[in-house]
Design a protein around this ligand. Structure first.
Ligand code: NAD
Ligand code: ZN
Ligand code: ZN
Length: 359
């Protein structure tokens, strides 16, 4: 089958047609991928920002049809339509039982050490245990979340990472209160999902911040009430909050400077949420005084603090009733052969989401 392969860090992806997905073994399912979004975290695999074994099939935001199930699988059957999740819940560990299933590590550890594919006789890893830039993939049954068959695959794929992370950051991680003021740094697929989550939560003001004025403009469609480039933010902050700062600030880029800017834009006692995925060695500085005196809550956000067993369905209900715009997030539809160009477009900030359609 066809798949995009990242042979080594900092290299272009190769389109190969001799790739095979291993399995399904007991507890696993084989999925024919129909659509996969391109998330910035795929670029972070390529450039080493996020450590992961290579060679690998990138892609971690996909949806498709179950075509085979391994021994003991009774949650899905061939013919079922599913969204693939890279943060499934095992249902048994202390995090799953303790109400934080997004912190379940049962699958991540296994996926980082076990190849999922072969090509030319050699093993290939699957990014984040999913590897959705391939015509077929095999994942643990917990990672295949069944959806109604009338949900289009392109729309469904986005829920697998960007939308779950962004909307979840607002609803689950921050629990944005109605009437709040919110600022969001970064208006890519994850950032506009945070904006949509804040809108669903009833935020009064939502400020979209991006280096690119076009992105700031585009964000209005998803619910921002104001927009600013980083240089314009101080004036908008003054206008909305009288200079005090926002109730909630979300960083959705993954850089120390913008994490610092998000903290600075948060009011005393407010909440800063770090959604962007930065490098392990990139440090952010805080004064020992401000951390206690300002009483800001600095929260990390892993996969929108999601419980995929219930949250995917919740997001699809928002979408069904016109409260979550998923179609509008797809700025480019591409073939798998165009995936390197899609990475370039994402790096330049030209797209909200590119979606690979498998015919
Ligand atoms: P993206 O590249 O599509 O969007 C990033 C946006 O930030 C672009 O519009 C870009 O113009 C803007 N930007 C870049 N530098 C800026 C700056 N200095 N100031 C203002 N704007 C700036 O990315 P995405 O797919 O939306 O992902 C966003 C981040 O979220 C990435 O770091 C990604 O790895 C991360 N992520 C985290 C999780 C999680 O679980 N926490 C999950 C998915 C993605
Ligand atoms: Zn992602
Ligand atoms: Zn678990």
């Amino acid at each position: 089958m066809r798949a995009a392969v990242l042979p080594a860090l900092n290299q272009e992806m190769e389109l190969r047609d001799d790739v095979e997905a291993i399995g399904p073994g007991p507890g696993e399912v084989r999925i024919r991928i129909a659509a996969s979004g391109v998330c910035h975290s795929d670029i972070s695999l390529q450039d080493g920002t996020l450590p992961h074994p290579v060679p690998a099939v990138p892609g971690h935001e996909g949806a498709g049809e179950v075509i085979a199930v391994g021994e003991g699988v009774n949650t899905v059957a061939p013919g079922d339509h599913v969204i693939i999740s890279w943060v499934p819940a095992c249902g048994r560990c202390r995090f799953c039982l303790g109400g934080q299933p997004n912190l379940c590590n049962a699958f991540l550890e296994r996926n980082m050490s076990k190849p999922m594919f072969t090509s030319g006789g050699g093993p290939l890893f699957g990014y984040a245990g999913t590897g959705t830039f391939a015509e077929e993939t095999v994942v643990a049954s917990e990672a295949a979340i069944r959806i109604d068959p009338d949900v289009p695959y392109d729309v469904a794929s986005l829920i697998g990472c960007g939308v779950m992370t962004g909307v979840g950051a607002a609803l689950n991680t921050a629990r944005v209160r109605p009437g709040s003021s919110v600022v969001v740094f970064g208006c890519g697929g994850v950032g506009v999902s945070v904006i949509q989550g804040a809108r669903i939560a009833g935020a009064a003001e939502i400020v979209a911040v991006d280096l690119l004025p076009e992105k700031v403009e585009l964000a209005q469609r998803f619910g921002s009430t104001h927009g600013a480039t980083p240089q314009q933010l101080a004036a908008v902050q003054q206008e909305i909050t009288g200079g005090a700062g926002f109730d909630y600030a979300f960083e959705v880029i993954g850089r120390p400077e913008t994490i610092r800017s998000a903290y600075d834009a948060t009011r005393r006692g407010g909440t800063t949420v770090v959604v962007g995925a930065g490098r392990m060695d990139a440090m952010v500085a805080f004064s020992a005084f401000e951390l206690f005196y300002m009483e800001k809550k600095l929260l990390g956000c892993w996969y929108g603090s999601a419980d995929v067993r219930t949250d995917f369905g919740r997001l699809l209900r928002f979408w069904r009733h016109g409260k979550l715009d998923l179609e509008g997030m797809i700025t480019r539809r591409i073939d798998l052969s165009e995936v390197n160009e899609a990475f370039e477009a994402c790096k330049k900030g030209e797209v909200i989401r590119s979606v690979i359609e498998f015919k």
